[in-house]
Ligand binder design. Sequence first.
Ligand code: ATP
Length: 665
Amino acid sequence: MNSAEPDADDPFEEQREEVENPMKRLFLEYGSNYTGAAVIGIIASFFARILDLLPALMLGVAIDAVIRQEIPYAEAFPVGGGLVASAVPEGRLAQFWLTIGIIASAFLLSAGFHWTRNWGFNTFAQNVQHDIRTDTYDEMQRLDMGFFADKQTGEMMSILSNDVNRLEKFLNDGLNSLFRLLVMVLGIGGLLVAINWQLALVALLPVPLIAAFTYLFIRTIQPKYAQVRSTVGKVNSRLENNLGGIQVIKSSTTEAYESDRVEAVSKEYFDANWGAIRTRIKFFPGLRVLAGIGFVVTFLVGGLWVIEGPPGPFSGDLSTGMFVVFILYTQRFIWPMAQFGQIINMYQRARASSARIFGLMDEPNRVGEEPDAPDLEVTEGRVEYDDVSFGYGEGETRRAAAQSDGDRRESGDGETILENIDFTVEGGETLALVGPTGAGKSTVLKLLLRMYDVDKGEIRVDGQRIRDVTLESLRESLGYVSQDTFLFYGSVEENITYGAFDADREDVIEAAKMAEAHEFIRNLPEGYDTEVGERGVKLSGGQRQRISIARAILKDPDILVLDEATSDVDTETEMLIQRSIDDLAEDRTTFAIAHRLSTIKDADQVLVLEGGEIVERGTHDELLANGGLYSHLWGVQAGEIDELPAEFIERAQRRQARTEVGDDD
Ligand SMILES: Nc1ncnc2c1ncn2[C@@H]1O[C@H](COP(=O)(O)OP(=O)(O)OP(=O)(O)O)[C@@H](O)[C@H]1O
């Protein structure tokens, strides 16, 4: 059997391949917590299946001992006759009632055992599913941003939902079918041999054929199923992308184009599925033919045996009742055998799923912390960037390369985004970052939040290296308003209190007032209880931004980090918010990125970034006096000059060209 099913285009193949014995881990790490339920399920399953066999056997006994009266009642049992011997009454009718009683009790008891079996297996499977889902999510959300940038949301959703569900299916249906198969095959096989081993050989003749046929079927259908799964993934990604971008589709009137693209992937899915269906619909008729041959041959040999005595090489007796039992059991035997293939299939899918799940759980967090890391203690709020360089990509490779060779721009597997960033912000001061788009301003702030780790250099807060302290304490002391405002589905208030859950309504209103959000929130249909819609779609960009500023204000952090926090609001509102931010920034360290330079002109220090390097630094007045990039940007924004001087434009174009060449590489 393959170690794992082939899964075309599995985005988690790398993680999956690293995992050894995923099923063993599944049972040891998760299953072992619910062993009690599993054992109860297995035992109940065993008794339920055995009891299921009893009515057919009793029919045979009744035919021989009660209806035809050929064999004494207790002796008519091929096995276990001794158990009832002392309870067998005299008289035909009494024996008939005993038979009915045994059959009825078997049905009743078996119902009880089936209930217990279902309870046991479901308790086991549902609990394991719940634990795995929550643990996988916990591990996933701890991973660094680099990991999330590489994977699509749909792909991660498929682990949390499809893969976890597949495990549940195997642990419940798969194990259940497996035990049924075992008990049926061993139980029926044993009984047939006990009744008449020679006829049993005849009846069991199709079994190896059925096993081989099923195995062949699995081998043929598996790659087709893998194909189906991969095309399902494509359909889902397409739909997810299109629904997310529905506004762009409408405004670009590309509905027909998108319909064609959806049709194309859906057709791919259709073809793949049809391929699998063609194979699958041949399987069951094939199985029926094999089972039919077994039935006919058993009927033929058994029937002749009953009518004329043992045919050909056979010897011994066969009663009519036991012949009937043979026929009934042969029928019951075939279908569990047919499930054999499905069980293997389920096992292999579950194995691939648990390999993906454990692979994800084992994924190292590149932005980690030492187990005994102390909490960050902010005293003054002094932040130092000490010769920091950074590039997106594999952190480890990049860091190693950055330490060993001087040419960092080419090092690692991605371009160096920040180079030799060196500055200090004293506690309570405001530092502004300005510069052209793509210069690396947001990246500077993301490094402070440890969304990524620096490749070279250090960042310190009050003398403590941010890499040495706990992530939680670091991020708790920072209030971050990012460039892309994200609101959760929920009410306005829930979004403001996010992360400061015990804040009361008054604090929320206070924060909203400071963020200039109170007025518009009051005018919403349900005020602070208004639902904002998915990602906050029911609000305008500026309104969303003000809610996220209120969120940061409510948190009352030691250090405020504002990445174009007011880019989406009108100039008037911006001025109002700016006043609040100035109050807020008064006594705390503040980082601010702004394209509108008027908002940062009071900053204690302005850094001008270009192509990942600091090209100018100083206060607004100093930079104006300098006559460099800043002063010209200011000139353009203030309407004093129409456009940047040629030298700056040429520089920007050169930088652009360099990036494009880099991209081609
Ligand atoms: N997650 C990422 N993975 C790879 N590259 C990235 C990632 N995020 C940003 N970059 C690249 O890093 C560079 C700097 O981006 P950054 O967002 O820091 O610029 P910025 O100065 O803040 O720009 P803007 O003013 O447009 O917001 C860009 O070239 C961008 O393409």
